[in-house]
Design a protein around this ligand. Structure first.
Ligand code: HEC
Ligand code: HEC
Ligand code: HEC
Ligand code: HEC
Length: 353
């Protein structure tokens, strides 16, 4: 018992001592807390303000900021009444028959207002620079992305302009990209011709397609179809080029390219280097080196990448006098205008290397 009580006392004693220690510590903490608390409150207030700003920014998306700026321009140019009649909101072009939506006009609001052309209007609000082209391809039927690429439904600059390739019309063919590939006329968005030609493939010449027209001429003159299958033109020395533009990135062999030079590593650059010197990209290639000039190479790279399998209704029927017929002289000539996908179905093999 005594041992027990002794133990109890000792325990109590110990307890008291430790308890006392705790009290002094707690007091010190309390004192600290008193002097720190105003900082903690200040920090809380700052955090609250930051959260409020973040919420506000979320509530004011990027496009709304552009629309606010657009209203100011309307006021300056056409007066307050015009500005008041402008309604905020997401704008979109719905291309009904293919159920496709382009919202580019949410920011590019002045695109169909001819009075908003000229350098003094910020680029994003400017009228389309090419009214003749738009007459042939009205916005309500063609939207924007069939020509420009980009993500039609996106509502931020980053997403709309810099999308990853996903479909035939998806890569945003910007000025910046054209500059990277060394196009001297990058300001005219030359890469867009690639998308133009997915629809205008069967025509020999199309007004406005400077590079593609040139490439089609080379494709015919150099008789590429003596070695390559292309629709009804059949040959099997090299791979089938009918849908070259649909060939996925991971089917290209990049392993032999040791020097990209100034080019960014990409499929476009692969074709650039391959047209420059086929054997450097594919050792022992049977494809001749044609000694093309850089501009010819850019044209040909765009041409082969525009060879895509798109829905038949987009493909422009050529005038009989203007049919692209890149035949290998000596082979059975194709009937004019017989450049059809039916031909593909009836036996053209599509073996891609
Ligand atoms: C038929 C194809 C086509 C369609 C459809 C089209 N564009 Fe264009 N767009 C072009 C071409 C080609 C250029 C380059 C023209 C030039 O610089 O001469 C261009 C230029 C532009 C420019 C650059 C303007 C400048 O001054 O540099 C903007 C912005 C633009 N387009 C936005 C749009 C938007 C937004 C839409 C949809 C509402 C659209 N485009 C629809 C072909 C098209
Ligand atoms: C959130 C606003 C916004 C959206 C959405 C948007 N743009 Fe733009 N766009 C801009 C701004 C701002 C510029 C001016 C240049 C810059 O800052 O990049 C511009 C410039 C351009 C240019 C000029 C040339 C170039 O190559 O940079 C083209 C072409 C263009 N946009 C096409 C499109 C297309 C096509 C879409 C729809 C897929 C689209 N934009 C969606 C804001 C937008
Ligand atoms: C989505 C498919 C599509 C795209 C992309 C497209 N076009 Fe067209 N284009 C058409 C159709 C459809 C017509 C009307 C053809 C007709 O009337 O028979 C046309 C008509 C034309 C015409 C007048 C008629 C002709 O065939 O010569 C020209 C020139 C033209 N486009 C040039 C261009 C240029 C340049 C681009 C790229 C900036 C372009 N197109 C992009 C489908 C397209
Ligand atoms: C003497 C035959 C021959 C001629 C003519 C020829 N090629 Fe080739 N081509 C080949 C062979 C073989 C390959 C496969 C080896 C290689 O990658 O170089 C090839 C590969 C290609 C490729 C890469 C295809 C892929 O996805 O791997 C393209 C694109 C191409 N040729 C385009 C052309 C074009 C355009 C012309 C005309 C200017 C042309 N070729 C003329 C034989 C030829």
């Amino acid at each position: 018992m005594s041992i027990g009580r002794g133990t109890d006392q000792k325990f109590q004693g110990d307890f008291r001592v430790t308890n006392m220690d705790n009290i002094t510590e707690e007091k010190e903490i309390k004192d600290h807390y008193k002097s720190d608390s105003k900082w903690i409150y200040a920090l809380l207030v700052v955090l609250l303000i930051l959260t409020a700003i973040a919420f506000h920014r979320d509530a004011t998306p990027q496009w709304e900021q552009y629309q606010a700026q657009f209203r100011q321009i309307l006021t300056q140019k056409f007066g307050k009444k015009a500005a008041d009649s402008f309604s905020y909101g997401v704008k979109q072009i719905w291309i009904k028959d293919v159920n496709k939506i382009d919202r580019c006009t949410t920011c590019h609001i002045g695109i169909d207002i001819p009075k908003l052309s000229g350098e003094d209007v910020p680029l994003v609000f400017r009228a389309h620079p090419n009214p003749e082209l738009i007459k042939e391809h009205p916005f309500n039927k063609f939207g924007c992305t069939y020509c420009h690429g980009g993500k039609g439904y996106a509502l931020t600059v980053k997403e709309a302009h810099f999308s990853k390739p996903a479909g035939w019309e998806d890569i945003f063919l910007s000025e910046r990209l054209a500059k990277r590939y060394g196009f001297p006329d990058y300001k005219n968005l030359p890469l867009v011709e690639m998308n133009c030609n997915t629809c205008h493939l069967r025509e020999k010449e199309v007004a406005g397609l400077t590079y593609i027209n040139k490439a089609k001429k080379l494709f015919t003159e150099k008789m590429c179809t003596c070695c390559h299958t292309f629709y009804q033109y059949k040959a099997d020395v090299g791979p089938d080029l009918t849908y070259e533009g649909d060939k996925p990135n991971d089917l290209y062999d990049f392993s032999n390219i040791t020097n990209w030079g100034v080019l960014p590593p990409s499929v476009f650059s692969w074709h650039f280097l391959h047209f420059k010197a086929p054997y450097l990209v594919t050792p022992l290639s049977l494809m001749p080196n044609f000694n093309f000039k850089d501009q010819e190479i850019r044209s040909l790279a765009m041409l082969v990448l525009s060879f895509k399998n798109i829905p038949e209704r987009f493909v422009v029927k050529p005038d009989p006098k203007n049919v692209f017929q890149p035949e290998c002289v000596g082979s059975v000539p194709a009937a004019p205008g017989s450049f059809t996908r039916a031909g593909v179905g009836s036996g053209v093999k599509n073996t891609k290397m």
